[in-house]
Design a protein around this ligand. Structure first.
Ligand SMILES: Nc1ncnc2c1ncn2[C@@H]1O[C@H](COP(=O)(O)OP(=O)(O)OP(=O)(O)O)[C@@H](O)[C@H]1O
Ligand SMILES: [Mg+2]
Length: 288
């Protein structure tokens, strides 16, 4: 089960990401129904740890708060209470004076590849812009760097000239991964990274993420509502229900012996297997 103790100061440099007792409520807004005002306590009390080089799968039903939690962990929203630290450094200190300090540690890959990319500029231009924003490399070497990163995600260098709408969903997701990688982060926060893709492309993108993780020692927080996918990519899993993590542990242990009734319900339809390479796109995702 989750450790609830707060890290003492100076501790935790060997942990990629630590979140302690996070809470978040959406502000009250006017209800559709006249006269009623509603707020929503989306994250109730969440603590988690992500180790260097590990994939932690976060799984739970739609609406349980996964994306809200992701938005807290990447600094898009501020928690109502609780603390976050990356490699022993407090989140707030990394955010100062700008978010660039945070971005070098943590990059986000989301489901919405069209929304994540600027439709008016070539993806190569966007790669160069990202490098310039982060002050990475000499301007004369940035194109080479962008091209190398495209190769690392198995995109042809010629794709740098394309606009987002000229690429397939799978190619766009590779661009999004390349744009995240080019900053050389240590943590990738993947929020449903393959949910919008065809089943045949899902396994290719998952394999790419696993290969990159192994080659670069990345830590992955892999968020999905799809238990089958999470099982195949994760060393450990955290099971989320209604704004809380109800169980966490090594993937196969949790699958073999779910301790919480909600976990048992969520996993009941999933056959047993081991973490590993997602071999054959269509075959694997149909038979997971
Ligand atoms: N801007 C908002 N204002 C108020 N409530 C919100 C807002 N965004 C999300 N919520 C509510 O917070 C809860 C969690 O939403 P969230 O998007 O984090 O869920 P999720 O687990 O990511 O779901 P999915 O699997 O469908 O992506 C939901 O009940 C949702 O209705
Ligand atoms: Mg979501």
């Amino acid at each position: 089960m989750l450790e609830k103790t707060a890290p003492s100061s100076g501790e935790g440099a060997d942990v990629a990401l630590v979140a302690r007792n996070l809470q978040f409520s959406y502000s009250p807004s006017f209800s559709f129904w006249p006269g009623r005002v509603q707020g929503f306590h989306a994250i109730k009390d969440i603590s988690l740890e992500l180790k260097p080089g590990e994939t932690l799968g976060l799984v739970g039903e739609s609406g349980c708060g996964k994306s809200t939690l992701a938005s807290l962990l990447c600094g898009d929203r501020e928690p109502t209470s609780g603390e976050i630290a990356l490699f022993g450094k407090s989140f707030k200190s990394l955010m100062k004076p700008s978010r660039r300090g945070l971005a070098k540690h943590l990059q986000v890959i989301s489901q919405d590849t069209l929304g994540a990319l600027d439709p008016r500029r070539s993806v190569g231009h966007q790669m160069l812009e990202t490098l310039a924003i982060h002050g990475i490399g000499h301007p004369s070497s940035r194109l080479d760097r962008a091209a190398e990163t495209f190769k690392a995600v198995s995109l042809p260098v010629s794709a740098l000239e394309k606009f987002p709408h000229q690429l397939s969903g799978g190619q766009r997701q590779r661009v999004a991964i390349a744009r995240a990688l080019v900053v050389e982060p240590k943590i990738l926060l993947c929020d449903e990274p393959v949910s919008a893709l065809d089943v045949s492309v899902q396994a290719q993108v998952l394999n790419l993420l696993l290969d990159l993780q192994r080659a670069r020692g990345l830590s992955l927080l892999f968020i999905s509502h799809d238990v089958r996918v999470v099982r195949h990519v994760s060393h450990r899993v955290a099971i989320m229900e209604a704004g809380e993590i109800v169980e966490t542990g090594p993937t196969e242990e949790v699958f073999a012996n779910p301790a919480h009734p909600y976990t048992a319900k969520l996993l009941s339809a999933v056959p047993r297997g081991r973490r590993g390479k997602v071999r054959q796109a269509t075959a694997v995702l149909e038979t997971l």
